[in-house]
Design a protein around this ligand. Structure first.
Ligand code: DC
Length: 225
């Protein structure tokens, strides 16, 4: 059996990493792994177990319960989408809500959480060819990945895309507020102590500010092949 192929995609938030990663995985018949969803699932677990209170996250309480967390991905044949399972329960939708989004950064900053999830992510790469997206995939999880991409776009363009997306859903958040949020998340992701977002020297920079989704897909596909 040949070794599985590992494609690592890291980059700033709202750069469309998961959209292109899913499309590439489907085309290449690789498994797509959304590592951000795993950090979100741990955050949902922490919420359910009351690890958050008025003072924020009780890290010790969460760390003590890490062994009770089991995370899995199941492929749903009907929707053709992979769904994240937390202790046997499909939590694909509940991890995308505001409650989790606002708290996930605190959870993702805990070294013990990262250690557990990184070990799980490495296991996934042993059995199948995968495309994994996140923040530390090329730098920490798979430093020897077959190919690494680092995706970015200007903060203004990312805010504009997010603004259009939210507006279509009837959300009235202003462009200025979204732009502030995009910049704040960039700062948090890049300056945290553990596994900050960095572009490794061997990662291919994809700046998609002026690329359509098709152009980006074709460009990355060519490079992988
Ligand atoms: O990609 P996302 O927005 O779903 O990620 C959710 C959070 O998890 C975000 O705060 C960044 C963090 N994350 C991380 O620290 N490492 C990863 N490999 C993936 C996500």
């Amino acid at each position: 059996m040949t070794n599985p192929t590992i494609v690592a995609i890291d980059g700033h938030s709202s750069t469309g990493k998961s959209t292109v990663a899913k499309r590439l995985a489907k085309h290449l018949k690789f498994i797509y792994v959304d590592s951000g969803a795993m950090y979100r699932a741990v955050t949902l677990f922490a919420l359910k177990k009351g690890c958050f209170d008025d003072n924020g996250l009780n890290e010790v309480s969460l760390i003590n319960q890490l062994d009770d967390i089991s995370i899995d991905f199941k492929f749903d044949n009907d929707t053709q989408k992979s769904q994240i399972m937390l202790n046997g329960e499909n939590v694909e939708d509940s991890i995308r809500g505001m409650e989790v989004s606002q708290r996930v950064s605190a959870v993702a900053a805990i070294p013990e959480v990262r250690e557990k999830l990184v070990a799980l992510q490495r296991e996934m790469g042993k059995k199948h060819s995968i495309i994994m997206d996140g923040r530390d995939i090329g730098s920490v999880v798979f430093p020897d990945a077959d190919i690494k991409f680092f995706m970015t776009a200007s903060a203004e363009e990312r805010a504009r895309r997010r603004y259009e997306e939210l507006k279509a859903k009837g959300d009235a958040t202003s462009y200025e507020e979204i732009l502030e949020n995009v910049k704040a998340r960039d700062h948090m992701d890049s300056t945290r102590t553990h596994s900050p977002l960095v572009k490794t020297d061997d990662a291919i920079l994809i700046d998609n500010t002026n690329l359509s989704q098709d152009e980006q897909f074709e460009k990355m596909l060519k490079m992988i092949k």
